[in-house]
Design a protein around this ligand. Structure first.
Ligand code: R1P
Length: 396
């Protein structure tokens, strides 16, 4: 896969001109004509806002879906370069992002955005909502992604493809509390473990061999330390007298029910799960369903891939030539844009006292926490050359 962001940043004029010319004709043609480096699935990702402007107009009111023409089965996009599930394209999502689980929470936080420019809003056919605007003049996005690891996976991977430079993500979500923190408290975990159902366990037969446990606990994935510190300070100063607790550990489960120790009509073999978690994971304090996957993907991502150095033919006489783009893409580790992640977790339910937060408190907590997260995001320093260009974006 070839990422053009480096080509554009380094302004290799000849390639850019060639691209612009071809993009005006069609992306399908571009896919097979311009960048056939001999890989099995040659692919072009257009990130230059000016080049994007030459493509079909934005469809901000119309979500993409199965009826749109998709040009790449490996990483599906529409002809106008929208990613398949979030429906976004480059310039519609900012480097600083707050992600939440529900559209009403996203809308409640969006009231804090600057009135101008009018926030961009896109609701995808798959239920992802993105609102992009400015907070205190700084571009930010609010992304509502639904629930669970798979939706977090769609969000992180598809937004990453739409962004040049740093991706700073803070999840603001609800959680269950496993310690004696009051409901309505907010936790900023330093790490998260995954709790997953062991599908090899004999759930129907009522047990398995001793070597199989019904649930698995992963090693921890950690939050970005600096981001979590900024987040904690912002929440602590803006939420008083609400208690804000830093430095604990979260567990993200693959079910709201079985792998969080809840009883349903299914034989889940989970009656001792909460005790098992508390005795296995130091400082464990909260249970929810997304933070682990966010931290894990952020830690796994190492920047745009270095493409294979393969000779490219010049298309006229078949002679092998070295691509000027490939020559510029040898990024050292320190130059690679990062994904930095942290999480703020509002305790809606106490799994020890069985207490549940009241609706009026939810409204207050979501709005105040949302504003505190936006404040934290704008306090994160991102060097100018690691910011997505303003030109052609929805926040100009
Ligand atoms: C379950 O009710 C949902 O609430 C929590 C869990 O992680 C899960 O997504 O988070 P949100 O409030 O962000 O949706």
């Amino acid at each position: 896969m070839l990422h053009l962001e480096h080509q554009v940043q380094k302004d290799i004029g000849v390639w850019r001109m060639q691209l612009t010319k071809i993009a005006r004709r069609s992306l399908v043609e571009l896919r097979v004509t311009a960048f056939d480096f001999g890989s099995e699935t040659p692919r072009v990702v257009i990130r230059d806002p000016k080049l994007l402007a030459t493509l079909p107009p934005p469809q901000s009111c119309k979500p993409i879906g199965m009826k749109d023409l998709i040009i790449d089965a490996n990483f599906p996009r529409t002809l106008d370069q929208r990613v398949y599930h979030l429906g976004l394209r480059s310039g519609e999502v900012a480097n600083r992002i707050i992600t939440v689980g529900s559209p009403p929470r996203a809308d409640a936080i969006a009231v804090h955005l600057d009135a101008q420019p009018k926030p961009f809003r896109l609701f995808s056919e798959r239920g992802f909502l993105t609102i992009t605007g400015r907070f205190k003049g700084v571009p930010v996005s609010i992304c509502s992604i639904g629930m669970g690891y798979p939706n977090m996976d769609f969000f992180v991977r598809e937004v990453r493809e739409c962004l040049i430079g740093e991706m700073i993500v803070i999840r603001l979500g609800s959680c269950g509390g496993l310690r004696d923190f009051p409901v309505g408290s907010v936790v900023v975990p330093r790490a998260s473990v995954a709790v997953t159902r062991n599908f090899d366990y004999d759930f129907y037969g009522g047990g398995s061999t001793k070597s199989e446990m019904p649930y698995r606990i992963s090693k921890p994935a950690v939050a970005d330390v600096e981001l979590a510190t900024i987040l904690y300070r912002s929440l602590d100063s803006m939420l008083a007298p609400t208690r804000v607790i830093p430095g604990v550990v979260n567990a993200s489960a693959d079910s709201f029910y079985s792998s969080q120790g809840r009883k349903t009509l299914f034989p889940d073999h989970n009656s001792d799960l909460i005790n098992h978690l508390l005795s296995s994971v130091d400082d464990l304090a909260t249970l929810e369903m997304e933070t682990f996957h966010l931290f894990h993907l952020a830690a796994s991502w190492s920047g745009p891939p270095k493409p294979p150095i393969k000779p490219a033919t010049n298309g006229t006489d078949g002679a092998a030539t070295q691509s000027p783009v490939l020559d510029t893409l040898d990024l050292s580790e320190g130059d690679r844009p990062r994904i930095r992640a942290a999480s703020a977790q509002m305790i809606f339910a106490s799994r020890t006292s069985q207490e549940f937060i009241v609706p009026e408190e939810v409204e207050r907590l979501e709005s105040l926490s949302g504003r505190a997260v936006l404040q934290a995001l704008v306090e994160v320093d991102i060097p100018g050359d690691r910011l997505h260009p303003d030109a052609g974006s929805v926040w100009t």
